[in-house]
Design a protein around this ligand. Structure first.
Ligand code: 5AD
Ligand code: SF4
Length: 378
């Protein structure tokens, strides 16, 4: 039996896409291996979110070049977000790569791979497809917790973000397929699901007669599910209706990941986030008044173009005000073909790094004090 090794970079959606790739390749007779050295096919499922993510992939490709020299029959493929955005540039920089397949082409992976093998030539497939891979049976490594994609793409156009170019416009998956998939998972013994989407709170805006609140209620009714999680939420879509639905979901985890990105109204505007600091704080207040124990986590970007000391101070003060249970903190990374990359007043690397260290230190303090508070309550 031929074997495939898949290495995943990036977010949970990518982890799940790799599960779908594994499912598709098993259907055509491949085995999945955790050991790259025994693989006939090595696939990298890549991420473009920041420069560093892409560098990691190129460095992995550098070491794979050696493996390919030792074993010329090894097939090397690059898929996912970076493949979608970079396309043929990957062949130019890494001539040992045999196939490039974008996020829109995952469901065609078996065909593309067979073409490489049969025709003994390089193949690139990055065109947008009408059908997504949703109804394919994913091969999941974890046997109790499952990822379920409820939508793909994003229409938001935050000015720093590659997602619209890496994953295309928002496509919500019809609810029937989602419910059926979760029911099947329950039958297989899964007890926990994480609903995935680049912006789950916008679910249904491209469908008729259903929104994210409705979907959550329907998933909450499925017998046998013990825990429901969902990522990622966007403050822009946190309507009162959705907020009021949350406490009614008996099976939902008391956790909300709600990226704020910045505490400064000037910067939020330049990022095109579609909410301001006051609106964000109001959402947090409403959620906490309904679910006092809700653990709220966030993402923060420092050093966005034009970020002055005053703007950065606003981010620090917002963090102190909200006291997030945890935060993913990043220094702004300019990405090609995004509006922010072309903005004047890019912040020098030393300042971005200094601000990053400052937010990390502050968040560390907050967590220390949060846990101290928790102990007092217990
Ligand atoms: N630079 C730095 N961080 C970014 N993120 C997205 N794009 C960039 C970028 N160009 C962060 C955001 C997002 C998280 C997934 O990654 O905080 O919420
Ligand atoms: Fe990376 Fe974004 Fe693609 Fe996820 S969707 S893999 S975070 S670029």
């Amino acid at each position: 039996m031929k074997k495939v090794y898949i290495r995943t970079f990036g977010c949970q959606m990518n982890v799940h896409d790799s599960e779908i790739m594994a499912g598709l390749l098993r259907e055509i007779g491949y085995g999945i291996t955790e050991d790259m050295n025994e693989a006939d096919v090595v696939l990298l499922n890549t991420c473009s979110i920041r420069q560093k993510a892409e560098e990691k992939v190129y460095s992995q490709l550098g070491s794979l070049k050696k493996l390919k020299k030792e074993r010329p029959n090894l097939i090397l493929g690059v898929g996912g977000c970076m493949a979608q955005r970079e396309g043929g540039e990957i062949f130019r920089r890494s001539p040992s790569v045999d196939l490039i397949f974008g996020t829109h082409q995952i469901c065609n992976l078996p065909t593309i791979l067979n073409k490489v093998i049969r025709e003994r030539r390089k193949v690139m497939a990055i065109e947008e497809e009408k059908i997504d891979q949703e109804e394919v049976k994913a091969y999941r490594a974890d046997k109790t917790k499952a990822y379920v994609a409820i939508m793909r793409g994003c229409n938001n156009h935050c000015t720093y973000c590659v997602v619209p170019s890496a994953r295309g416009r928002q496509r919500s998956r019809p609810p029937e397929g989602i419910i059926k998939e979760i029911e099947n998972l329950v039958e297989e013994g899964y007890r926990e699901v994480t609903l995935l989407g680049q912006k789950v709170t916008a679910y249904g805006k491209d469908l008729r007669g259903i929104d994210f609140a409705d979907l959550l209620e329907r998933v909450n009714e499925i017998e046998g599910i013990e825990k429901i999680r969902f990522i990622t939420s966007h403050p822009r879509d946190m309507s009162d209706r959705l907020i009021k639905t949350l406490p009614r979901l008996s099976r939902a985890a008391e956790h909300l990941h709600l990226p704020v990105q910045s505490g400064s109204n000037r910067i939020l505007k330049a990022m095109n986030r579609g909410y301001n600091r006051e609106e964000y704080l109001k959402i947090i207040e409403k959620i906490r008044s309904l679910i006092p124990k809700m653990s709220i986590t966030t993402d923060i970007i420092v050093g966005f173009p034009g970020e002055r000391e005053k703007d950065f101070a606003d981010t620090l003060s917002l963090m102190k005000e909200v006291r997030f249970a945890s935060a993913y903190m990043f220094k702004y990374s300019p990405r090609s073909d995004t509006p922010a990359e072309r903005m004047l007043d890019q912040i020098p690397e030393e300042i971005r790094l200094k601000r990053l260290h400052e937010v990390i230190d502050l968040q560390r303090e907050i967590i220390k004090n949060n846990s101290h508070l928790r102990k007092e309550v217990e």
